[in-house]
Every structure is written in structure tokens, then in C-alpha cells.
Design a protein around this ligand. Structure first.
Ligand code: 6PG
Length: 469
């Protein structure tokens, strides 16, 4: 009779690698997959210490220690509800279901409430790091009841990524908070990737760098304050050749897809009325990239400037301006992401601890970056920080680098190179530091055509003007 520590349902690449990671760390793992896929065939043929494959769901469930911990690593959406409903007829009260997929946080809240009524514990857990992270140590964001988390915490701590020996897993908060934080992580991931893509475009099309120089530049930048996983892999991608000796990057179709988490982040920002312009613009940029057919027509009939650099254009100085613009933009992007989480925490009463979140983002996940250490410091001093941009450490960098962002955006615009997120960030930045904006005119217009009223700067209360009188 088996008494395994954990059961995993779903032997896709993430489920399989997590199973190997957990078993390697000394825990016995039962695994189940709906279909007899390659991993299951492999496991049935080769006995691997502490990994037990099952093709029968009831036997899989009976192989687990009580209270049972079952980790779902399946496609998000309705498959999660389907398997939960099936599991219900086998589980006992107090058993724990963990959803480790990229589920929508509102679905997680619904599932949590539904299962609570059935006395089944439920955790919605964000897991980041891609397939390699799952195998070697991911960043883990668990949401649900703290007692439920305590059941699985030893395993999660053991398998997670480490940063200075600290585990990259921390209890995030109630119900959907773990998946929410993972969603914002992905929103920041979209923004980072778009910013790097715009940087690549500027270096290639404006500065005229070849792939080897591009790769070298990103690798060099990765040794400094920009040091991060996404900069590192960009340096590797740009110099990778296929068997014919051609750069792979030059053969990849320029249409970026996505599974929706970036759009969810943008949607949440819209719902909470938070100006998360960077992730929103990054999502739109992917959508625009997909309109390849339209872009091909537009390129032949819509005019714009060609790249032509002034005689006083200094390549080296401009490359350094791009580096500074990228770092500054990254700071503003993470600040927007953390601000969104702050507002969500207030709205959903999650009591998120932002230094913990920044800590677990430092290793294992896709947006890991050295400068997260500064974010940890800022939030350790004050969890209720109004905005990361107001902290002395970021303020100093911003004030020092904002001119570079202006130079980069101006040069890009003058040469007809699209930099939607860089230019968005500059406009956001300038709007943010403007005391008297033009929104007074919008209020006047609203009142003019719809009697929506306005507030005054010199008197309290709501006012309406008969504008036609
Ligand atoms: C991670 C990633 C991962 C995500 C992919 C693809 O943290 O490991 O965020 O969860 O699914 O990056 O995302 P898109 O297909 O939406 O680009």
C-alpha cells in the first residue's frame, strides 16, 4: 500500500518537470495523465525512484498520504473545473487540491469558494520559470488559506529556486491572490520583452548593428545594472545559428502570439482604473505584430521618414542612451506592476506583502532581475509605499536617465522607427509629473454636452455651467 507525499495530474512539460524536481528532492510522487503520453509511457517502462505512474484515477488517489495533496498541472480554464468535479467523488474532507497552472484569478476565487463549501482545501499557485525552472527550481506564488499552504510548504520550499539561500516561495495571501501576482508577473514579462524588442529594433535599424554586435551588446549589458534573465537569453538568442550557419532570429516570422495573461493584466488595470499603460501597450504591440498582411500593405502606401542620421550622431553615446532608457523604462514598468498589485490588494483585501513578492521574483521566474533587490529594500522599509518611483534610489536614477529616454524616443520618431512602449513611458512619465494637466478641459466638455458636472479648484462641491447661455 503506497503512502505517497503528493499526486500530480497532468504530464505536460511543466507537470513532468515538477514531478522530477519533487522526486529528486526526496518526496514520493504519484503521477496521472488523462492520455497515455510520452512521459507516462517512459515512466511505465523505466522505474524511477519515488515516481509512481498511474493510469487509473482511483488507484492514483488511493496511493496518496492523507490529507491528500493533488497538484493540477493542466491547461487553465474549463479543464480545471472538469477535473475538480471528477476528483470530488474520490476525495475526503480536508484533502488539498492545488492548481499550479496559469489560471485566471477570478476563476481561482470561484473555485476556492466552491471547494470550501465541500470541505476541500484549495490553493491557486502561480509557478514561474518555464520548463527549466520547473525542473531546476521555479518561483512559486501560493494563494489560499495559510493552513493549506502549510501542508505543502515543505515540498514547495525544497523544490523552489533559491536566492542567497532564501527560498523563492512565500505565502502570498487569500483565494486568488497567488494567481493574481503571477498574472502581474506575466504582464511585466510582456512589457520587458516588448522593451527589449524595441531596443533590438533601434540597435539594428537605427544604429545598424549586426547580430554578433547585438548579441555582444546585450551580453555586456547583462553584466551591469540591467542584469536579468530576459537580457541574458536575448544575448544568447541573437548569436544562435542553425545548421546552415544562418542566424535563427532572421528566419523567425515577426508575429508575436500569447496565451492571454498580459491582456488579463491590462483588463484588471482597466477594471481597477489604474494607468498600467505599459503592459496595455505591450499587449497591443503583439496584436499589431499579428496584422502582418495589413502591415505589408501599409508599408507600400503609407509614407514616413527613412533612417537618416545627423552628421553629429555619435553611435557610442546613442547606444549608452538606449541602455539608460531601457533601464529607466524597466523601473517605471515594474513600478506600474507593483502599483497595480497594491490597488488589487486593497480592493480584494489580500494584504499583499510586496517585499516578499519582490524577493520571490529574484530567482527562478522569467522577470528575475538584479534591480529587484532595490525593490525588496524599498518595500521592506514600507509596505505601504505610495509609488516605487518616489523612493530615493529610483528617483536618482530616473532623474539622471530621463534625458536619455527623450533622446532615444526623439531619434526613433524622427527616423520613423516604431517604439510604442518607450514613447508611452515617456508620455506617462511627463503626465505623472505634471501638476496642472489638461483634464480640466475634459471635465468642461463632459459638463457641456452631458451636464456631468465638475469640481473646482477654489470651492468644494459639484458645479454645472449652462455653457450655451
Ligand atoms: C512563466 C511564464 C509562463 C508563460 C509563458 C508564455 O512565468 O514561466 O510567464 O507562465 O506561460 O511565458 O506566455 P505567453 O504565451 O502569454 O507569451
Amino acid at each position: 500500500m503506497l503512502n505517497n507525499d503528493i499526486g500530480i495530474i497532468g504530464m505536460g512539460v511543466m507537470g513532468k518537470n515538477l514531478a522530477f524536481n519533487i522526486a529528486r528532492n526526496g518526496y514520493s510522487v504519484s503521477v496521472f495523465n488523462r492520455s497515455h503520453n510520452e512521459t507516462m509511457k517512459f515512466l511505465f517502462k523505466n522505474s524511477i525512484d519515488l515516481l509512481f505512474p498511474f493510469s487509473d484515477l482511483e488507484k492514483f488517489i488511493n496511493s496518496l498520504n492523507k490529507p491528500r495533496c493533488i497538484l493540477l498541472m493542466i491547461q487553465s480554464g474549463s479543464p480545471v473545473d472538469k477535473i475538480i468535479n471528477i476528483l470530488l467523488s474520490y476525495l475526503d474532507s480536508g484533502d488539498l487540491i492545488i492548481d499550479g497552472g496559469n489560471s485566471f484569478y477570478k476563476d481561482t476565487i470561484k473555485r476556492f469558494n466552491f471547494l470550501q463549501k465541500k470541505s476541500i482545501q484549495f490553493l491557486g499557485v502561480g509557478i514561474s520559470g518555464g520548463e527549466l525552472g520547473a525542473l531546476q527550481g521555479p518561483s512559486i506564488m501560493p494563494g489560499g488559506n495559510i493552513e493549506s499552504y502549510k501542508l505543502i510548504a515543505p515540498i514547495f520550499k525544497k523544490i523552489s529556486a533559491k536566492y542567497d539561500q532564501e527560498d523563492c516561495v512565500k505565502y502570498i495571501g487569500p483565494n486568488g491572490s497567488g494567481h493574481y501576482v503571477k498574472m502581474v508577473h506575466n504582464g511585466i514579462e510582456y512589457s520587458d520583452m516588448q522593451l527589449i524588442a524595441e531596443t533590438y529594433s533601434l540597435l539594428k535599424n537605427l544604429v545598424g548593428m549586426n547580430n554578433i554586435d547585438l548579441s555582444y551588446t546585450f551580453k555586456k549589458w547583462n553584466e551591469g545594472e540591467l542584469c536579468s534573465y530576459l537580457i541574458e537569453i536575448t544575448g544568447n538568442i541573437l548569436c544562435k545559428k542553425d545548421t546552415d550557419g544562418n542566424f535563427i532570429i532572421d528566419s523567425i516570422l515577426d508575429m508575436a502570439s500569447g496565451k492571454g495573461t498580459g491582456a488579463w493584466t491590462a483588463n484588471s488595470a482597466l477594471k481597477l482604473q489604474i494607468p498600467c499603460s505599459i503592459v496595455t501597450e505591450s499587449v497591443f504591440s503583439r496584436y499589431l505584430s499579428v496584422l502582418k498582411a495589413n502591415r505589408m500593405i501599409a508599408s507600400t502606401i503609407l509614407s514616413g521618414p527613412k533612417v537618416s542620421l545627423n552628421s553629429n550622431f555619435n553611435k557610442e553615446i546613442f547606444i549608452e542612451d538606449i541602455r539608460k532608457a531601457l533601464y529607466l523604462s524597466k523601473i517605471i514598468s515594474y513600478a506600474q506592476g507593483f502599483f497595480l498589485m497594491k490597488k488589487a490588494s486593497e480592493h480584494y483585501v489580500w494584504n499583499l506583502q510586496f517585499s516578499d513578492i519582490a524577493k520571490i521574483f529574484r530567482s527562478g521566474c522569467i522577470i528575475r532581475a538584479n534591480f529587484l533587490n532595490d525593490i525588496v529594500t524599498a518595500f521592506s522599509e514600507n509596505n505601504n509605499l505610495i509609488d516605487l518611483l518616489f523612493t530615493p534610489i529610483f528617483q536618482d536614477i530616473i532623474n539622471l536617465y530621463q534625458l536619455s529616454l527623450r533622446t532615444v524616443v526623439t531619434e526613433a520618431i524622427n527616423n520613423g522607427i516604431s517604439v510604442p512602449v518607450f514613447s508611452n513611458i515617456l508620455s506617462y512619465y511627463d503626465a505623472y509629473r505634471t501638476v496642472n494637466s489638461s483634464a480640466n478641459l475634459i471635465q468642461a466638455q463632459r459638463d457641456y454636452f452631458g451636464s456631468h458636472t465638475y469640481n473646482r479648484i477654489d470651492q468644494s462641491g459639484s458645479f454645472h455651467t449652462n455653457w450655451l447661455e
